[in-house]
Design a protein around this ligand. Sequence first.
Ligand SMILES: *[C@@H]1O[C@H](CO)[C@@H](O)[C@H](O)[C@H]1NC(C)=O
Ligand SMILES: *[C@@H]1O[C@H](CO)[C@@H](O)[C@H](O)[C@H]1NC(C)=O
Length: 272
Amino acid sequence: MPQHSHSARRSWWSRRMPGSSATLNTSLLLLAALASPSAAQTTTAFTDQETGIQFQRFFGAKSGFGFGIALPTAPSTSFIGQLTFPLARGAGWGGFSLTGDMEGPLLMAAWPDGAGGIVSSFRQAANEDDNPPEVSGGFAVRPIAAATSVNATFLSYTFLCEGCLDASLGLSAAETAGAAVEMGWALGSRAVGNQASTAAVLNFHNVGFGDFKANLAAARSAEFDTWAALAGDALAPGAGAQPFSGGGGGGGDGGFDSGDEDDGGNDSDDDD
Ligand SMILES: *[C@@H]1O[C@H](CO)[C@@H](O)[C@H](O)[C@H]1NC(C)=O
Ligand SMILES: *[C@@H]1O[C@H](CO)[C@@H](O)[C@H](O)[C@H]1NC(C)=O
C-alpha cells in the first residue's frame, strides 16, 4: 500500500503517491479517467462575507478546499483570487494552478507562517515530483487584508493577482471568456519546510488535488475595481526566486488529469 513520505522532495501535483509504483498509479488513474470522463467540478457563485467580493468558486466538499476567482468586465492582466482551506493544528498549505496542469503554468500556494501570518509565493513546476521552486516575473500578489486570516484550523487568503493573466503563464485574458476553463488545486495537511520563507518546501498534497472547470465568463463584475482597491502593497518575491520560464502554458490539456476528480479528499490516511 502507498505510504506517505515526509520527504521534502514529494510535491503537490504529483500523480505518483509516495512509495508506490508510478506505472501502477498511471494505470489506476487511466482507469479512473475512463470511468469518469467528465467528473471535474464546475465553479459556482460565492460571495465573500467580509468584502462582498463575488467569486466563481471551486469548493471541495470532502477536502474543504476552496478557490475563488473574480474578474473585471474586460479582463486584461489581473484577477482577484481567494484560497480558503482547513489546517491541521496550524499546519498545511493550499494552492492553485492557472491550468489543469501542475507542470508548466504559474502556480501559487499559501500557508501559515507560524507567527500568526500567511506566506504565499508563486511557483513553477518542472516535473510532478519535486517541490516546485519559487518564481518571479511580471506578476505580483497584493493581499486583501479584510478577507485574509489564519488560525489553527483554517486559512483564508484573498488577494489581487496583478499581471497574472497572460498566455505565457497558462491563462490569457481572452480565455477568460470561457465557461469551463480548466484550473487546478492542491491541498496538503502537513507542515511545510521553512514555513516563514516564500521558498518554503511544499510537501505532497496528501489531502487532495485535481482540476476543476472555472466559469470565468460568470466571474466578471463591474465592481471589480472597487474590490481591487482593497488590496494592499505588492509582496516582493524571495531573493532566491527564479525567473518564470514562459511558453509552457497553453491550454492545460497536458498530462495532468487527476484520479480524484470529485475533490480528491478520500485519502483515508491523510491525518496522522
Ligand atoms: C478559525 O477561523 C475560522 C474561519 O474564520 C473560524 O470559523 C473558526 O471558528 C476559527 N477557529 C478558532 C479556534 O478560532
Ligand atoms: C471514501 O472513503 C470512505 C471511507 O473509507 C468510503 O466509505 C467511501 O466509499 C469512499 N468514497 C469513494 C468515492 O471512494
